[in-house]
Ligand binder design. Structure first.
Ligand code: SAH
Ligand code: SF4
Ligand code: F3S
Length: 473
């Protein structure tokens, strides 16, 4: 998204098309092409969709021109995200004119939000499938093939796709995402997610553990546990004899192997507990990195946003994290220009940035989303130019902090998990530190999937540069 300044945000991978090498079996009768937009959970959902389609005999392709089925897994989080998808769908509609029989389907959050509008008013697509309806894709495809309206946007209270083994799309073979829950029960007033993803539900821990173990056995060395609000993970087993919270789950996954790194995202400041922080401290392989979206530094705005914490409460949480995990990296999401935001409120947000000195921040201008509490209750009254100026101010502050965070590591020797070849040079490899910073260093005889100690001698705004000094295995 244009609003983000830092590299890897959810939207930074917008519109990637996937086709895993293993799926490019020319003998398969039909081919699908999928593009994903939005957060990591959506990307992970595309891997579930790929698995369902594969069962139906579909092979994946990276080239939409040879596809029989084109799918867009969409995001509704900000207006611009939807505009991008609309543009893309219009392109596919044109393409469809020359290729009768081609089916185009819209999946994900925009499908859920706009429902049959896609089929009725806009006639942009043949199929509309909400995030909890992917199991019905084969039936929906059959319906669409006969020219019927094909739609399923029912939200579920149970669906977690626990038993479906995602087909890892475009994977580096080293890092993978594992969804641990779906939906969201928080009602942040600006946010469309509770409407597009439904009620929160946690996935069976045994299936999560099995998926992570299987990944490890296949050579993966890092899993990121995903949920809109991972700290409210809560699972009660069938006979009510055991309850599992997020700290318990984190520990179970960490115990699979000391060689498997564990990350997680996202934490809601109101829910992250000392138990989680102590679990992180106890296990070396749980990465010391917390994404703790603040959204605003003003208590008044936080209340309007329905975030349920105050500025002071957030500050205390950050202090607690630094007390228990002194080396922990922190990142955030922040919104400028929310309804009624004054210059004073904005200053509170800038002060919060100064206080927390985030390693990474995703910064957004408020975008009103139809149907949300804020859209119904408050006026989107901050002019675009003011939003833009405030965003630039926040971004300017953050740039100083992110560069400082990089410079802090120069001179240190850090443990790095190698993820692959550097984009810039075949002679270099790249990997990440525990704190999720990218490190580039000469290849020598190292290979991806290995852990090495790297002595950092320089940095750019986004990359540490170093030399491997010790092989760890
Ligand atoms: N579940 C996560 C975030 C999901 S959306 C959490 O609670 O933190 C990712 C980010 O998009 C949010 O943290 C928020 O900063 C931003 N966002 C959500 N709705 C928005 C809107 N209407 N306008 C601008 N930014 C928004
Ligand atoms: Fe949206 Fe809030 Fe839920 Fe995050 S916690 S998904 S911001 S409602
Ligand atoms: Fe977007 Fe839906 Fe994720 S709105 S951010 S794809 S949950």
């Amino acid at each position: 998204m244009l609003e983000t300044v830092n590299k890897v945000h959810d939207e930074s991978r917008q519109g990637e098309a996937y086709a895993p090498a293993a799926e490019q079996d020319m003998t398969l009768a039909k081919k699908f092409y999928i593009e994903s937009y939005g957060c990591q959970m959506n990307f992970n959902d595309s891997e579930i969709v790929a698995s369902i389609l594969q069962q139906e005999g579909y092979g994946a392709t990276r080239n939409f021109e040879e596809a029989d089925l084109v799918l867009l897994n969409t995001c509704s989080i900000r207006e611009k995200a939807e505009q991008t998808v609309r543009k893309r769908l219009t392109e596919f509609r044109k393409f469809k004119r020359d290729k009768p029989g081609l089916l185009v389907g819209v999946l994900g959050c925009m499908a859920e939000r706009l429902k049959s509008k896609f089929l009725d008013e806009e006639k942009l697509v043949d199929m509309v499938v909400g995030p909890d309806a992917y199991r019905t894709l084969p039936a929906l495809i059959s319906e669409a093939e006969t020219g019927q309206k094909s739609i399923n946007v029912l939200l579920s209270r149970e669906e977690t796709y626990a038993d479906i083994s995602p087909v890892r799309l475009d994977s580096n073979g080293i890092t993978a995402f594992v969804s641990i829950m779906r939906g969201c029960n928080n009602m942040c007033s600006f946010c469309v997610v509770p409407f597009t993803r439904g009620r929160e539900r946690s996935r069976d821990p045994l299936s999560i553990e099995a998926e992570a173990r299987d990944l490890f056995e296949r050579g993966y060395r890092e899993v990121t546990l995903l949920g809109q609000n991972v700290d409210s993970y809560y699972y009660v087993n069938d006979d009510n004899t055991e309850t599992i919270n997020f700290a318990n789950l984190l520990e179970r996954v960490a115990l699979i192997s000391p060689l498997l790194r564990v990350r997680f995202s996202t934490s809601h400041p109101k829910d992250i507990t000392d138990e989680v922080l102590h679990t992180m401290a106890k296990h070396e392989n749980i990465c010391k990195y917390i994404h703790l979206p603040v959204q605003s530094g003003s208590t008044r705005i936080l209340q309007l946003m329905n975030r349920t914490y105050t500025r002071e409460w957030y500050i205390k949480k950050v202090e607690r994290i630094r007390e228990i995990l002194p080396e922990c990296a922190l990142s955030t999401d922040i919104i400028v220009g929310f309804c009624t935001e004054t210059e004073e409120d904005h200053k509170d947000s800038m002060d919060m940035m100064e206080f927390a000195r985030y390693d990474l921040a995703y910064m957004f201008a408020y975008s009103e989303r139809p149907g949300t509490l804020a859209a119904r209750r408050y006026q989107d009254d901050i002019p675009e130019d003011v939003k833009k100026r405030r965003l630039t101010e926040i971004v300017t502050i953050h740039r100083v902090h992110s560069l400082e965070a990089m410079q802090r590591d120069v001179g240190k020797t850090l443990k790095v998990l190698i993820e692959g070849e550097s984009k810039r040079s075949k002679d270099d490899l790249f990997g990440r530190t525990d704190q999720n910073k990218v490190v580039v260093f000469p290849r020598e005889n190292y290979a991806k999937g290995q852990y090495v100690m790297v002595k950092v001698h320089d940095c750019t705004a986004g990359t540490l540069l170093g030399t491997a000094v010790e092989f760890l295995g």
